[in-house]
Write a protein that binds this ligand. Sequence first.
Ligand SMILES: Nc1nc2c(c(=O)[nH]1)N[C@H]1C(S)=C(S)[C@@H](COP(=O)(O)OP(=O)(O)OC[C@H]3O[C@@H](n4cnc5c(=O)[nH]c(N)nc54)[C@H](O)[C@@H]3O)O[C@H]1N2
Ligand SMILES: Nc1nc2c(c(=O)[nH]1)N[C@H]1C(S)=C(S)[C@@H](COP(=O)(O)OP(=O)(O)OC[C@H]3O[C@@H](n4cnc5c(=O)[nH]c(N)nc54)[C@H](O)[C@@H]3O)O[C@H]1N2
Ligand SMILES: [Mo]
Length: 833
Amino acid sequence: MSHIKTDLSRRKSLKVLAAAASMPLFMQTNLFSAQNAKKGFKLIKDGEVVTGAHWGVLKLTIKDGKIVKSEALKKTSEIKNPLQDHIAELVYAKDRVKYPYVRKSYLQNPDDPKRELRGADEWVRVSYEEAIDLIAKELKKTIKATGNDSIYAGSYGWKSSGNVQNSRILLHRFMNSIGGFVGGLGDYSTAASQIIMPHVLGTIEVYEQQTAWPLVLEHSDIVVIWGANPISTLRIAWTITDELGFKYFEELKKSGKKIVFIDPIKNETCKYLDAQWIAPRPNTDVAMMLGMMHELYTSGKYDKEFIENYTHGFDKFLPYLLGKGKDKTEKTPKWASEICGIDEKTIKELAHMFYENRTMIMSGWGMQRSHHGEQPHWALVTLCSMLGQIGLPGGGFGLSYHYSNGGVPTAKAGIVAGIGSGTSNGGTGQSWLQKATSHAIPVARIADALLNPGKTIDHNGKKITYPKLEFIYWVGGNPLVHHQDTNTNIKAWRQPRTVVVNEIYWTPTARMADIVMPITTSYERDDISMTGDYSNLSIVPMRQAVEEVGESRDDYEIFTDLAKKFGVEKEYTEGRTALEWIEYFYEKAREQAKGMQLEELNGVVMKPFAEFWEENKPIEFVQNMESFDYVRYGDFREDPILEPLGTPSGLIEIYSETIEKMNYDDCHAHPTWFEPIEWLGMKQKPAEFHMISVHPTNRLHSQQNNIVLRDSYAVANREPIWINEKDAKAKGIKTGDIVRVFNKRGQVLAGAVVTKDIMQGVVKLDEGAWYDPLNSKEANTICKNGSANVLTIDMPTSKLANGNISHTALVNIEKYEGKAPELSIFKHIDPKS
Ligand SMILES: Nc1nc2c(c(=O)[nH]1)N[C@H]1C(S)=C(S)[C@@H](COP(=O)(O)OP(=O)(O)OC[C@H]3O[C@@H](n4cnc5c(=O)[nH]c(N)nc54)[C@H](O)[C@@H]3O)O[C@H]1N2
Ligand SMILES: Nc1nc2c(c(=O)[nH]1)N[C@H]1C(S)=C(S)[C@@H](COP(=O)(O)OP(=O)(O)OC[C@H]3O[C@@H](n4cnc5c(=O)[nH]c(N)nc54)[C@H](O)[C@@H]3O)O[C@H]1N2
Ligand SMILES: [Mo]
């Protein structure tokens, strides 16, 4: 998730902001409607509303005050995005949380809430006021008894787009206003790479702008897609997708360039681009890359000058590569082949082909979400250093072409900032908000922390001691589905005294709470955002389209009401309603645009807020000419002395003395092949197949699993699992069969898809299917829907990054005989409403 970039731009603009709290403009216009005072504007009963979401800039058709249709505002590419089509269902879903609810045993006695019944208790509907009173009272009780360090509000997740209704930041802001909380470090997306890359390249790399697409189209001879599925993952962006990534992949396809695709799964992208498919065993890419490097070195076909002038520590890496290091193993193509399963000849051919041609290697993040996930991208950067094309147009590597439209040239734009959490990552400068939390835990260590208070772990050269957590407040995420090893996670979630969740739907996480607060979708409230996380192409108004469903409230309203109970409302809101914040950030962007003379330069007019809001149209900026020529590491290549990298040596660190000093057994000072805890090449496999739980094409994680779109991919009403046709034959499994997938961690039902598009020995079960326990009171019960994380391993990538290892897990699979239980997770939870 690219928080980093938004936070930086926010910090910049906030400096400018401080002076300007004038009377909100919209209040001076006649658009204000008394009947809709909270929102400031009348809702459109019949007509169209433009808005934005992760899945694009949308046009909603409204009839009689209800959404009846949704579609992309503009068609940008031939590649379709069905995630845009189902907004009405998302708003009127039958499993909306419509009212506040409290778990029965918790309501009866919050001091002895029968934690073991969490996720398996009855629900009691309460009024909004009662719910707010209860949360405030219990939160105060916890703070008094065990302090703010016993509150976990890291609250990770893909909450809806929008710079003001940013539920996670709003939660942090509230918690900071009452004395702080325990937060989360890093994310699930790129945890390993975002910690290792700063040691290697001096930047996190994964959330950075890429060499401009037009240069790739012009200069690259070969494009390699290494463990990525852009045709799927570009359906969304952290802000609002501008969809131009699709457009450029469309052009790549038309260009007729050679495309090599390296992935155990032949996914949508490989098929769309008609690429050459090379399928290594999962989690063995480092060995494959080492084999390629060995070939380049021994044949003398590597860029010695680049290694000499732009990298550090190649000489210390060489003994390892050549078998003169401690392990005494030469990393020959033959050695690599035995590990990764790709034949020696292909490994050698690829190495020479990449060296002899201008090659752009686009890598996704799947392979770093594995045991020792720090290594693949470090090895890739080392390989690319030997190829010597880093910093040349169309050469080198790119770690974000598959995400949020990396490589789409950036526009000169007024930037809409977002509400701040008040902590160091973007505060409002007020001292009361600066009280930073004293603890933060790597996000994917949360279950470990809940289960092992007092335990000390290593993290990137530091030590972290887990506090005892007694109160969880989660908003905008679905940790019961997104976190690894669900059965352990459930035990962890039964540790604290109180769990509060703000949710739109009765997700598995909402069901694990003590108090559930009903939340509006982004279509039922006002907000604002921009498109493209890197391109900044436009500002999108996100005007409320329809009335709130049931008694659902905005997160902002809930935290404002809680702040009132703590006497910090003024500090929390700074006197602004959500719409006033939207106006405030818009006007700041407008000032910035004026300062940049955008109107004079390229005719972009930013009207005053009231007019912009009334007009309900995105403001489109113009891309800089220079941004079409942007070459990642171009400046560094031009002058490594004047433009050094942010590493200790100023160069690409193939050997890191910083990491050497940490002295970790699971992350050495140079890229290293480590055997994963579970993989196909291990001696005594605990199970037969390697499961990869990729990101779902027809969902955003668990979002949209509860609507009719599910019918387009579900098999036998379960999450589909891909299995190679030969493996399926051996197991007597046919497409459409219900299968049981299991290992020592748990078991799920899934629907078989027999295919040639996955290598033998590997199965694919997408992450994000809602966890649907057969019997929630029974430990290790079967999940009826096929939630992948029931089967994954909850352990860290290494002591360096502590990232999750979702794509490292062995499973067994068998045909399910007998009558399969019906699903219950998507059913309405409250029989009374
Ligand atoms: N096995 C496996 N597991 C994985 C991964 C994998 O590859 N394999 N990938 C990991 C990755 S990279 C990620 S990012 C995570 C994703 O994990 P999550 O981000 O937790 O997944 P989502 O399903 O997007 O959950 C978002 C939730 O927020 C709710 N929501 C939306 N808008 C709002 C709002 O405005 N307010 C509130 N209060 N709630 C809102 C939605 O209803 C939804 O339930 O999963 C991780 N888990
Ligand atoms: N439609 C859609 N788009 C999304 C998301 C979504 O849920 N749905 N989620 C968004 C988020 S939060 C994120 S973090 C990104 C995730 O983006 P990625 O992390 O790139 O996506 P994944 O699906 O985990 O993996 C991409 C590819 O890596 C392959 N892979 C896995 N393990 C290995 C391996 O060991 N070696 C090799 N060579 N390949 C391997 C998988 O087979 C898959 O084809 O996507 C974003 N985009
Ligand atoms: Mo992610």
